[in-house]
Design a protein around this ligand. Sequence first.
Ligand code: SF4
Length: 289
Amino acid sequence: MNGDGDKTRFNTAAKPNWCLGCGNFGIQSALKKALLEFDFEPHQVVMTSGIGCSSKIPHWINVYGLHGLHGRPLPIAAGLKLGNHDLVVIAEGGDGDGFSEGMNHFVQACRRNIDLTYIVHNNGVFSLTTGQTSATGKQGFASSSTPDGSIESPVNPVALAITAGASFVARGFSGDMNQLRDLIVAAIKHRGFAFIDVLQVCVTYNPAKSYKWYKDRVYKLEDENHNPADRDKAMTLALSFDEDRLATGIFYQGGQNPYEDSLPQLKKGPLVSHQVDNIDISNLMAELI
Ligand code: SF4
């Protein structure tokens, strides 16, 4: 495998088993297109994921992948990045994975600002487990877990990410692969924690939010001259969440240094390339065993 023009290098022989028409196909395609915009070879990229339909994605992109525990793609991604900060590290998962089981990890990742890209496939349901209402499910949404309609307020991922300190916050749509490709490219280039909330169509368990439903409602922030450096405006936009007019694009991008820049242990390069022959760990081992 090489990065010198082979446009199939991120393809796998195995094919996804998502439902026909699932928005995950668009996100997978946008991610592969984004990776092709760089000169990466597959071994330079690693993906982590949690549990859910979307979290199966590392099986179907030819990079290193770790399909982990429910809600845990971010701590694994952080460990990988700190072990080898030369790697491009991408964490993925669904809204149930990220904002129910994984909520604490999400908030900590935002404030810590490790150089990762986190893509959430947000469809408002736990789809792998047959459609229970998730943390982003809207009030009144009827499902097997909320047969009379959800009575809880949904999480607002974009507003939460900005509040928690994320330095790159964007929203994409699984039905607009070109825009999503560009957002992923910008997220990978960004030095720090980059979060993309992707409005993902689930044709099986949330069919009311179809491609047409979204297409009738999404608009692009760049068409409205939004300045992503304006954090206050980004927050206002995020808080004025309106299901009938859904902003996509980069809400906020700030310039603080990533976490790993401040770690003295990483000043001499990635940990994996440090010479460790002369380190004596016998005292540590004696204490632990
Ligand atoms: Fe996609 Fe929904 Fe099918 Fe899961 S259940 S594969 S999210 S359409």
